[in-house]
Design a protein around this ligand. Structure first.
Ligand code: B12
Ligand code: SF4
Length: 456
């Protein structure tokens, strides 16, 4: 069958345009690889990569004249996804999958022929094989006016069995960090053993599973050979859930003498001792990212997170001492916090002095426990899902209005990034590490970002 897969665009927050984060939608690339392996002819329209409007996306999809369409959505592009689905299903059967359809399949079922919830590889392959949809796990659809929801799809236990993302079908040159800086993204595990109440992950991946070191490094090697990448960002929720596995990955990288730097994300309380951190650095790990969320103890308790401020200092120090760059993310203005509390988090981050920081605002993604509590307390004031990007205030509390939320966000970025001497030192440190070619890319990226940032 000819299958066209679509990644709808979204209204990218300006600050992210500056950071240059956009990268390949790996989930859709995994689905593409699975159906290609099953013998189907796959085309991809990455409306996000090409910045296509809904109209242009539909036109491009029509040109591919497929037998079946698959659309991938998170919350902030679900409305565009629904519009695309409604128009394309006049011509072909359409299935929607991804984070948002997995969290709330019933809110999407009106707009597509099939909603796939949970991991999509096997579900889509089975659907395309012509199997009776009622016999396929992980599906929701309408039959004779009635909504049918089949059993949840069991998560794939052996991730090594899943083919690598079909990057060859995607416009790799359009992804900002890949384009100028030859940096790709990879997922070495799925899920997270924690269950923070505002997070979508436990709904999508109910258990944590890791790929073997060999399988991970095989993919790294193929990225270096095929795409000449210089850096790889592991976008796992938590790369260090299984420390022995992470160390085996280092061994394998060294055994194969891979010339690539990489970055990992983990929780501050999982950052190991200095010796082990240096071991990671020697194997190419140059960047450590972890979340701080808030420095208010009451907020951390409410969020089901239990990490002390001392642990944050320790994590930054260990990252630094081992030679890595350290990036942190933080969320400002959870319910119960005042403006002064949120500003205290910003001051704390300044004191921690990481190399990079991403600030966001609390976002109740539909389907999460945080959404339910915000809804019950009448806090949700922004219903336009296009704005659910973590960079746009959604809830209003007694203490912080929507307007204050936006002001806080602007304040936090200004406070951290508009420190000319610090930033100059950062740029110099960065430049020292880059080869000539990557430096040119970095320069182009910074200048583009600077002009974008003038409109914040
Ligand atoms: C890498 C990443 C990015 C990358 C790439 C985006 C992408 N879509 O992959 C970048 C940097 C661009 C990005 C941006 C954003 N991200 Co992001 N991102 C991630 C991250 C860390 C990994 C994504 C991934 O590869 N997952 C692994 C794959 C295997 O899972 P998957 O993508 O869900 O795909 C599986 C299923 O969902 C399903 N599936 C997916 N698509 C389809 C399509 C069909 C047809 C079918 C059948 C099945 C199917 O099958 C896949 C394979 O099993 C996730 C966290 C996570 N673990 O998912 C957050 C996450 C998806 N991002 C999130 C957010 C909020 C954002 C932004 C809004 C941030 C911002 N401030 O702008 C933007 C939105 C951009 C967008 N359009 O997606 C949230 C989404 C929450 C929500 N409910 O919407 C997540 C879940 C993080 C979190 N902990 O909350 N992100
Ligand atoms: S630790 Fe991170 S990924 Fe894991 S549940 Fe909490 S917020 Fe989600």
């Amino acid at each position: 069958m000819r299958v066209t897969l679509v990644n709808p665009n979204y209204d990218e927050p300006r600050v992210l345009k500056f950071m240059g984060l956009p990268s390949i939608p790996i989930g859709l690339a995994y689905v593409a690889a699975a159906i290609e392996r099953a013998g189907h002819e796959v085309k991809v329209i990455d409306a996000f990569g090409f910045k296509y409007s809904v109209k242009k996306t539909v036109e491009e999809a029509l040109k591919t004249n497929p037998d079946f369409v698959g659309i991938s959505c998170v919350t902030c592009n679900i409305d565009y996804g629904k519009q695309i689905a409604e128009q394309l299903r006049k011509h072909y059967p359409v299935a929607i999958g991804g984070t948002m359809p997995s969290l709330e399949p019933d809110t999407v079922v009106e707009y597509a022929d099939y909603v796939m919830y949970g991991e999509g590889e096997k579900t889509f392959v089975e659907l395309l094989s012509g199997k009776d949809p009622e016999e396929i796990d992980g599906l929701m659809f309408k039959k004779d006016g009635k909504v049918i929801k089949t059993n949840p799809r069991a998560p794939e236990e052996d991730l090594d069995k899943i083919p690598f993302p079909a990057r060859h079908l995607f416009p790799m040159h359009k992804y900002k960090l890949f384009g100028p800086m030859s940096m790709a993204t990879m997922m070495t595990s799925r899920g997270c053993p924690m269950a923070c109440n505002y997070c979508s992950i436990s709904h999508l991946f109910p258990s944590w599973r890791g790929r073997s070191a060999k399988n991970v490094v095989d993919e790294m090697e193929s990225l270096i050979e095929q795409y000449k990448v210089k850096g790889i960002s592991f976008v796992d929720e938590d790369f260090l859930v299984d420390l022995p596995r992470a160390l085996e990955i280092c061994d394998e990288i060294e055994k194969r003498k891979l010339k690539v730097w990489w970055g990992m994300q983990t929780r501050a309380d999982r950052v190991p001792d200095l010796e082990t951190m240096k071991r990671f650095y020697r194997a190419g790990c140059e960047c450590l990212l972890f979340g701080i969320e808030s420095v208010q103890e009451k907020t951390m308790k409410n969020l089901n997170r239990d990490i002390s401020n001392d642990l944050f200092f320790r994590a930054v120090q260990l990252g630094r001492d081992s030679g890595m760059r350290v990036a942190v993310s933080s969320i400002l203005g959870f319910p119960g916090e005042t403006i002064a509390d949120a500003k205290a988090t910003v001051s704390f981050v300044l004191k921690l002095d990481p190399d990079y920081v991403f600030f966001g605002v609390p976002t109740p993604f539909p389907g999460t426990r945080f959404y339910k509590s915000c809804e019950n307390e009448g806090l949700i004031k922004e219903r336009n899902l296009l704005r659910y990007t973590i960079m746009s205030p959604i809830i209003e509390t007694k203490e912080i209005s929507l307007k204050d939320g936006q002001k806080l966000l602007n304040y936090s970025y200004r406070k951290f990034y508009f420190r000319p001497i610090k930033m100059m030192q950062r740029v110099i440190a960065e430049v020292k590490k880059l080869d000539k070619e990557t430096f040119k890319g970095f320069f182009k990226w910074s200048i583009g970002g600077f002009f974008d940032s003038q409109k914040w």
